[in-house]
Design a protein around this ligand. Structure first.
Ligand code: F6P
Length: 544
């Protein structure tokens, strides 16, 4: 079934939320007037505790948000999503990354064809390949064992696998992962500098196998490789992951070394497919499997849990409340683990490429806000970078704080300090520091009254800044799979309510075309393309 085309503006709940957004939501008062607030506004699901009580909402707002989702047909939309309906209508495709992690007894149909069997077949191939590389059964052209694996891809063919590999570095096996994405030649050269062609496995990951950056990088890497090996040797050290089998074969990759991707999996949601081969190779197939299991757990939670206690639904609705009613422009994601340093860039693509749309599903321009800006950095580093603006700036920035109870390396002292910061920041953002508290603090330091008055306005913290705390037991492949799937479903829910198509990316396609035309002008003696005056002048300056 296609998704509905109802404008959220027509919902009575949207209108009620508009009225409610004029009210003040003072977190301290909200807590003092409801002794159950934490219990009411937190979700404990297995090893996930999601505390959203420090958000600028009350039960009335929450009820309207939940009803807004119901009215937007979220229930039916979830069914269409999991059942492989062609909900990516502008590209005529299903959106079935959930099928990639669906275990036994699940089947998913695309155009009436069950894809479960195909998925299992590719999964076995991934496992077999990763195991052979790790055991040394599959070796380089030179007979050496592989020591390094390089993923060549961009966007979804890079960000997801790279984020996972980085996040789970603790679980890494013997093969060191590298990622080449940018068409910037310095990126590829800097990476190749440390590699030995005799011990390096290259994975070219491109759903379309037409992406300029990836093909340029792949050609450069192959040329570099051929300085030490023959064309025949390519089949030992190069593997491709793509839907475009013909183009891969033309590149010279052996048929047996091609892993299929599917039309019904969007690039930015493809890390669960063979696009995640670098994950399976560098972390081992067992950890890749656990990652999928974690994601499936979240899929089941999302599919079967009442909206009131449904983690992705609640996170999505909070985002809508801030974006559309309290006029926040961005949201921050602050993981209190260095391992998740690539989470924000990954989420930027997942969220902003999906919901950065301004035309609704009827083809009309939206008159309301859609996708937000997503950004972030790990704590505590971010505390010393941009937290000043969150605490005392003029912008409203709802933030997710992600933390774990158990550190991976067991360094208790560090972990206690890290987590003290995690808790203290959300508390400080909510409580702030009043005039009275600052005055007393300065008096206790022996400061003169006159000086205190001068300094006072700068040292006061308004507080009342919203945060959501996501506290898990431990960073494992499984809990990471769950976390990533949680954000994927949040993106889906928001797209449903906003009445937009979340799974195309025409804006990016335009960039791809424009760069091709401009390249012609850079490489020819004259500038023939029709550019604006500024671009013409810049091109002339560049070519001079
Ligand atoms: O960035 C746009 C995009 O189309 C993404 O959706 C995709 O992940 C990326 O380009 C790479 O595309 P491909 O895997 O086809 O090379």
């Amino acid at each position: 079934m296609p998704l509905h085309t109802k404008s959220p503006l027509d919902s009575k709940h949207w209108k009620a939320l508009e009225t409610l957004s004029k009210k003040d939501y003072d977190l301290k008062s909200l807590f003092s007037s409801n002794s159950h607030r934490f219990k009411d506004l937190s979700i404990h699901s297995d090893d996930f505790l999601v505390d959203y009580s420090k958000n600028l909402i009350d039960i009335e707002v929450l009820d309207h948000l939940l009803n807004l989702a119901k009215e937007a047909g979220l229930d039916e939309a979830i069914n269409s999503y999991f059942e492989g309906d062609l909900i990516n209508q502008t590209e005529g495709r299903a959106v079935l990354h959930t099928a990639l992690r669906a275990s036994k007894n699940n089947s998913a149909q695309v155009d009436g064809k069950d894809v479960f069997g195909d998925v299992q077949e590719v999964l076995s191939k991934i496992k077999e390949f990763a195991d052979q590389v790790n055991s040394g059964e599959r070796v380089s052209f030179s007979g050496d064992r592989f020591t390094d694996v390089v993923n060549i891809g961009i966007g979804g063919s890079d960000l997801g696998p790279q984020m996972i590999v980085d996040a789970l570095a603790y679980y890494q096996k013997d093969i060191k992962p590298h990622f080449i994405s940018n068409v910037d030649g310095d990126h590829v050269m800097e990476t190749l500098k440390v590699l030995n062609p005799k011990t390096t496995l290259f994975l070219i990951v491109s759903k379309s196998f037409t992406t300029q950056e990836t093909l340029t990088n792949a050609n450069t890497v192959r040329d570099w490789f051929l300085k030490s090996a023959s064309q025949e040797d390519v089949k030992h050290n190069f593997v491709a992951v793509s839907t475009n089998i013909k183009a891969v074969e033309n590149f010279g990759i052996d048929k047996d070394n091609i892993f299929p991707m599917y039309d019904w999996v969007g690039g930015r949601f493809s890390l669960w497919s063979a696009a995640g081969l670098s994950i399976a190779v560098s972390l081992g197939s067992k950890h890749f499997q656990e990652l999928l299991e974690g994601a499936e757990e979240m899929d089941l939670h999302f599919k079967t849990t009442d909206f009131k206690t449904n983690i992705p639904v609640i996170l999505a609705l909070l985002g809508i409340w801030y974006n559309n009613f309290l006029k926040a422009e961005s949201e921050a994601v602050i993981p209190y683990t260095q391992y998740l340093q690539k989470l924000a860039p990954y989420l930027q693509q997942a969220s902003m490429e999906s919901n950065g749309k301004s035309v609704d599903r009827t083809g009309q321009k939206t008159t309301y806000q859609t996708g937000t800006l997503v950004w972030g950095e790990p704590g505590t580093n971010s505390q010393h970078a941009f937290f000043q603006l969150i605490h005392q700036g003029t912008k409203l920035i709802p933030s997710d704080f992600i933390g774990y109870k158990i550190p991976l390396h067991g360094n208790k002292e560090h972990h206690d300090i890290l987590m003290a910061n995690y808790f203290a920041q959300t508390e400080a953002l909510m409580i702030g520091k009043s005039k009275e508290e600052v005055t007393k603090e300065l008096q206790d330091q022996g400061m003169k009254e006159n000086d205190i008055q001068k300094l006072l306005p700068f040292k006061v913290f308004e507080g009342n800044k919203p945060t959501t705390s996501i506290l898990m037991d431990k960073l494992t492949p499984k809990s990471l799979g769950k976390l990533v799937a949680m954000y994927e479903h949040k993106i889906f829910v928001q797209g449903v309510v906003w009445n937009i198509f979340s799974y195309d990316q025409w804006g990016v396609e335009l960039g791809k075309q424009l760069a091709k035309n401009t390249l012609k002008d850079i490489q020819s003696s004259t500038i023939e393309g029709s550019h604006d005056a500024s671009t013409n002048a810049l091109l002339k300056h560049f070519k001079a």
